[in-house]
Write a protein that binds this ligand. Structure first.
Ligand code: PAN
Ligand code: ZN
Length: 190
């Protein structure tokens, strides 16, 4: 295999990533995420009604090449389960082995980060801004707006994603819809 990656460019839009030849796309409907939501009754009802598409990810990873930068585009649709806004599963980078950059393209979100010890930090996600995610913190993105939240992410190659820990514990904080907008509350199940 050619050890060098061929130069390329791509527009930072979901349409362009959709057309991207080498990337892979995954789509997550609520039925594959329902265990992650606090209000299990609301999750079950919504799955039965329409099983909405919560988010989709286009990504290109260079694991096989062992060099380069992996990158992806995520689009989270607007929506609510119980009082919780739609979110990504969230994960740790195993062995804290890679930082990541999130570049917000459109929409309004919250980036929830947590250490293994449960120290939680939350950044607002605003278009035109970049959020830096240190490799030792689990991260989940939440769409708190009425439009899709779209962001571009870049991470080092050979990074192992650990989903199991968050699937078991969740995050210490939840982002819920309150009377005057998004609110941060403690996760009663954490
Ligand atoms: C992101 C995420 C993406 C989807 O590219 O993988 O937003 O979230 P989940 O992977 O938690 O379902 C990233 O953080 N990559 O490392
Ligand atoms: Zn990540």
């Amino acid at each position: 295999m050619d050890p060098f990656i061929t130069p390329f460019r791509v527009q930072l839009t979901t349409e362009a990533f959709h057309e991207f030849r080498n990337g892979k796309v995954s789509r997550r409907r609520l039925s594959s995420l329902s265990n992650y939501y606090c209000d299990q009754e609301a999750a079950r009802f919504s799955v039965e009604q329409s099983d909405p598409l919560v988010y989709e990810v286009w990504e290109l990873e260079y694991e096989a090449v062992g060099r380069g930068l992996s990158f992806g585009m995520t689009r989270i649709f607007p929506g609510i389960v119980g009082k919780e806004f739609f979110f990504t599963r969230g994960h740790f980078h195993a062995d804290s082995d890679g930082d990541e950059m999130y570049i917000v393209l459109s929409g309004h979100g919250m980036l929830v980060m947590s250490s293994h010890a449960g120290d939680c930090q939350i950044l607002e996600m605003i278009p035109g801004q970049m959020c830096y995610v240190p490799g030792h913190l689990a991260h989940r993105t939440v769409n708190v707006g009425e439009e899709p939240l779209v962001f571009f992410t870049i991470w080092p190659p050979n990074l192992v994603h650990d989903y199991e820990t968050i699937a078991q514990t969740g995050f210490p904080k939840l982002i819920v819809s309150g009377l005057s907008g998004p609110e941060i509350i403690s996760n009663p199940n954490y």
